[in-house]
Design a protein around this ligand. Structure first.
Ligand SMILES: Nc1nc2c(ncn2[C@@H]2O[C@H](COP(=O)(O)OP(=O)(O)OP(=O)(O)O)[C@@H](O)[C@H]2O)c(=O)[nH]1
Ligand SMILES: [Zn+2]
Length: 204
């Protein structure tokens, strides 16, 4: 359980609203190509630094921009039974190597008079993932973000991910890392229900 606050500070609130500077991204990409011994002017690479990489980075860092945050419409609903959603795919970038880590998110929340559209849980995880971060921080960002957005009593989040910085380079091991974060309290029966739902997802 990730109860402490991770040292990484990648939550959206810690960043001023900052539009992407496409020219700078283009310049930086050209420098990287040059630095690794490529010819940025060869046919196959001109569009890469001029257009493709800047556009890709703009998309992959949408999580810094509140304007891109999904609208979390809620509906009044009676009852406080746990809502559990498993198997949400996500893709993020590690802040250490700028390489992807990706996997599956599972979220649960106890409603407090309101529920949120189910697709919004998926959209929120995808949006929050689009930052440079570490897995533990992303897990906490999703838990705290959903708590605030949904107005839920309590939120529980589990992420399972594979890190390309471990798989493609460095230790060169394709492993799975699991992290959890929660806001509010859950009783034993609720935790068991969450574990059962996650386990059932793993068997699908
Ligand atoms: N806790 C945590 N560590 C991560 C995450 N993503 C990458 N790392 C680790 O960050 C560490 C960075 O270690 P450093 O020694 O600073 O960098 P490095 O020399 O590139 O390390 P190696 O990857 O071991 O080659 C590595 O152990 C990575 O596996 C993450 O999401 N959470
Ligand atoms: Zn990394």
């Amino acid at each position: 359980m990730t109860d402490g606050t991770p040292t990484s500070t990648t939550d959206a609130e810690s960043h001023a609203e900052h539009p992407v500077d496409r020219d700078q991204l283009s310049h930086a990409t050209r420098l990287i190509l040059d630095a690794v011994g490529e010819d940025p002017e060869r046919d196959g690479l001109v569009d890469t630094w001029e257009r493709r990489v800047p556009a890709a980075y703009e998309e992959l860092t949408e999580g810094y921009r509140e304007a891109e945050k999904p609208t979390m419409r809620t509906f009044e609903a009676e009852g406080d039974d746990l809502v559990v959603k498993t198997g949400i795919p996500f893709y993020s970038l590690c802040e250490h190597h700028l390489l992807p880590f990706h996997g599956t998110a599972h979220v649960a929340y106890r409603p407090d008079g309101e529920v949120v559209g189910l697709s919004k849980l998926v959209r929120y995880v995808k949006w929050a993932s689009r930052r440079l971060t570490i897995q533990e921080q992303l897990t906490r960002d999703v838990a705290e973000g959903l708590h605030e957005e949904v107005g839920a009593d309590a939120v529980l989040v589990e992420l399972s991910a594979t890190h390309m910085c471990e798989a493609m380079r460095g230790v060169e091991a394709h492993t799975t890392t699991t992290s959890r974060a929660s806001v509010g309290a859950f009783d034993d029966a609720e935790r068991q229900r969450f574990r059962d739902a996650v386990a059932a997802e793993g068997r699908r």
